[in-house]
Write a protein that binds this ligand. Sequence first.
Ligand SMILES: Cc1cc2nc3c(=O)[nH]c(=O)nc-3n(C[C@H](O)[C@H](O)[C@H](O)COP(=O)(O)OP(=O)(O)OC[C@H]3O[C@@H](n4cnc5c(N)ncnc54)[C@H](O)[C@@H]3O)c2cc1C
Length: 247
Amino acid sequence: MAEWLEGTIAGKRHWSQALYSLQIDAPLPAFIAGQYIKVALDLDGERVGRPYSLVNAPAERPLEIYFNEIPEGPLTPKLSDLQVGDRVWVADKASGVFTLDNVVSRRHLWMLATGTALGVYLSMLKTPDAWERFERVILVHGARNTGELSYGETIAELQAAHEDSFTFITALTRDSSETALQGRITSLLENGALQAAAGADITPEDSHLMLCGNSAMITDVRAWLEAHGMRRHKRHEPGHYTTEQYH
Ligand SMILES: Cc1cc2nc3c(=O)[nH]c(=O)nc-3n(C[C@H](O)[C@H](O)[C@H](O)COP(=O)(O)OP(=O)(O)OC[C@H]3O[C@@H](n4cnc5c(N)ncnc54)[C@H](O)[C@@H]3O)c2cc1C
């Protein structure tokens, strides 16, 4: 059973629409980039907790989570009301295996995110591991509109630090922009637009893919990968992709 640590809100960012980041001071022990923590509030006498990927790198504090408010959800409307100084509960250890330890080193690492799943990759990309192990890292962020494209400064910093090895691609489903692809990640994979934008093919020899976000993207991308000779990575059976489903 999780023990709870008392945390304090150290910072808050309301990006736009229903998107928020919270920074939390809490004495969480060491974690691996890609892991998540459970964050909870006491609501009507019950402790309601949900998992959230950490956006901060393991060496960075405060802790940071990135989420969207689900109006009918029990926790997120209350999380988005929190202010600096408010109390929050954090489980006493981070969990999860969606980390670079479970990724096979090949030429190209593809990181595909829908919505708030962008955050988990930022934690990993702020560590040296991905940059030491892959010739190129291709981060793809799928969102509905330009208002949902958060963390621009962090991405610009990564681009400046890894000019030759980092490609960042955005894909918008309900908006158009000169700098974004238009459509769902799966459609762009199927019609080759994603690979063309990256200037790289997705092949069993060259690629490992990480998929994080909504179940529709994960299911559809998995089907495409399996049809192209790529298999889920298992600890004792190296494969080509790993997944983490948020909802
Ligand atoms: C391992 C793991 C890591 C996660 N990390 C994150 C994270 O970093 N950021 C984040 O925003 N969410 C993350 N989630 C989802 C998160 O735990 C909550 O489910 C979400 O924040 C909604 O909480 P809630 O209590 O308001 O509603 P819930 O009762 O949890 O969900 C209400 C409804 O909303 C759906 N839903 C849940 N999340 C979303 C979403 N992001 N967009 C649209 N519909 C959604 C659920 O499927 C459900 O139908 C993660 C989930 C898992 C399993």
